[in-house]
Design a protein around this ligand. Structure first.
Ligand code: PGA
Length: 245
């Protein structure tokens, strides 16, 4: 399976930084064989078409960090998945824990957004993850299963990608034990297989850096990475990409 590497820039990078990032990354990946790796950059809405333009003649693709629950209409301030598609997006990240926390998005909202995104021809990357407290109470798998069942539209399951991002690992420098990641991804694949009898990609996210990326890439059932902080600078993002054998 082709590994997928997603840069989630969150609310970072202005025009000049984006220009600098893009010029550097294009030079760095120039001789890289990308047949076994897909790379997607996810900037904030206002910069989607700018990033798209920079990477137009490369194999890189772009994605958004959220979308509306509707494909069009009278929804002031919303950005529809049709508009994302129209601006060159292939992917949209949905249900990130920061949106679940600060924008009070629950599983049902994520599911409706995912349906709208799929309707528009986008591939949603649906984020799930447990809190530190849930982990300590041994509730991780229960929480993840609930999030999967609640936020993935069952009839379109094969059109989505899951990103397992333990909330306590995001931006903290703490990562799960390698054994736990393999075991959780394997369990998640089993849950999904049971639900739809198909395989879907499961990415890992949370404090991925150039130093630890290599270990993740070699893991069974880890189909790629969702990277926040370490994707903001071209060199560090490239070093992560480059750590795939
Ligand atoms: P991080 O963020 O790599 O900075 O921990 C990952 C994410 O939130 O997607």
């Amino acid at each position: 399976m082709r590994k997928l590497i997603i840069a989630n820039w969150k609310m970072n990078n202005l025009k000049l930084e984006i220009e600098d990032f893009s010029n550097r990354l294009i030079k760095l990946i120039n001789n890289k064989d990308l047949r076994l790796i897909e790379i997607a950059i996810c900037p904030s809405f206002p910069y989607l078409s700018l990033v798209n333009r920079f990477f137009l003649n490369t194999d890189l693709v772009i994605g958004a960090q959220d979308c509306s629950f509707r494909v069009g209409g009278a929804y002031t301030g919303e950005v529809s998945p049709d508009m994302l598609k129209d601006n060159g997006c292939k992917y949209v990240i949905l249900g990130h824990s920061e949106r679940r926390k600060y924008n009070k998005e629950d599983n049902n909202v994520v599911k409706i957004k995912a349906e709208a995104a799929i309707d528009s021809g986008l591939t949603p990357i649906i984020c799930i993850g447990e809190t530190q407290e849930e982990k300590e109470r041994n509730l991780t798998l229960k929480v993840l299963e609930e999030q999967i069942k609640g936020s993935v539209p069952l009839s379109f399951f094969e059109n989505v990608i899951i990103a397992y991002e333990p909330i306590w690992a995001i931006g903290t420098g703490n990562i799960p034990k390698i054994f736990d990641i393999v075991s959780i991804h394997t369990q998640l694949k089993k849950i999904i297989k049971h639900l739809i009898n198909r395989e879907v990609k499961i990415l890992y996210g949370g404090s991925v850096t150039p130093d630890n990326a290599k270990a993740f890439f070699s893991l069974e059932n880890v189909d790629g990475l969702l990277i926040g902080g370490a994707s903001l600078k071209a060199e560090s993002f490239f070093n992560i990409i480059n750590s795939i054998d």
